[in-house]
Design a protein around this ligand. Structure first.
Ligand code: NI
Length: 224
């Protein structure tokens, strides 16, 4: 499932983020790529570990965590620090799958879900589409500033070459409570139905049955 998450970041937060990103150091993105991905990766990433990086991490992750569709679709268990990436003209990231395991030492986690948050407007740059291969063909994604796309991290994907302007994104990987993408998709749909029914009438027997089925499926399928 490829899901658009709208308005993760409001215009004030976006301004704040872009202003900070214009001042902080960026380094060659190859440092964080796996061996196969390194061959095709050409972008820049904000240096991690600075005070500004910590502030930006909290800003983006805090906003994402407030989004109900994000929580329902991702069922997050462990979440990585976001990577802030910049593509200027000539930069691209060829077809690849992301690393299966991220984090170091005791902080290792499996990457089940990937999220790209768009930090500037699509009119600000030419090219730079995120192209995700799916069973229904290639999906080309270039959303408004503040919107995000959520997709299974095992999908083959690429970023088309930027030919004008600058593409700014935050990329987040997480381990889900539910490893299997098809199960996550079923749970997401069922959760939508459950919420509609509970809002209509929380005492209704059908609403309660759907609610219990959802909760018990989480119990059955989560590997927490
Ligand atoms: Ni990737």
């Amino acid at each position: 499932m490829l899901l658009q998450l709208k308005n993760i970041l409001d215009p004030a937060k976006l301004d704040n983020i872009r202003e900070m990103l214009a001042k902080v150091p960026f380094i060659d993105g190859k440092h964080s790529a796996g061996m196969a991905a390194e061959q095709v990766k050409n972008n820049e990433e904000m240096q991690q570990g600075t005070q500004q990086a910590q502030y930006l991490d909290q800003l983006v992750m805090g906003s994402l965590a407030e989004n109900a569709d994000f929580r329902s679709a991702a069922l997050p268990l462990r979440v990585a620090q976001p990577v802030f990436a910049r593509y200027t003209p000539g930069m691209r990231y060829g077809n690849h799958v992301d690393d299966p395991i991220m984090g170091g030492g005791m902080e290792k986690f499996r990457t089940d879900v990937a999220i790209t948050v768009f930090l500037n407007a699509p009119q600000d740059y030419d090219g730079g589409e995120l192209v995700i291969q799916s069973p229904f063909g290639e999906q080309r994604v270039k959303y408004a500033a503040g919107d995000a796309v959520l997709y299974p991290a095992n999908s083959v994907h690429r970023v088309e070459e930027v030919s004008r302007g600058e593409r700014l994104v935050a990329v987040i990987w997480l381990q889900s409570m539910v490893r299997d993408a098809a199960q996550r998709e079923l749970l997401f749909e069922l959760d939508q139905a459950r919420n509609t029914l509970l809002q209509r009438d929380a005492q209704d027997l059908t609403a309660q049955q759907v609610d219990r089925a959802y909760v018990n499926l989480i119990r059955r399928w989560s590997d927490v």
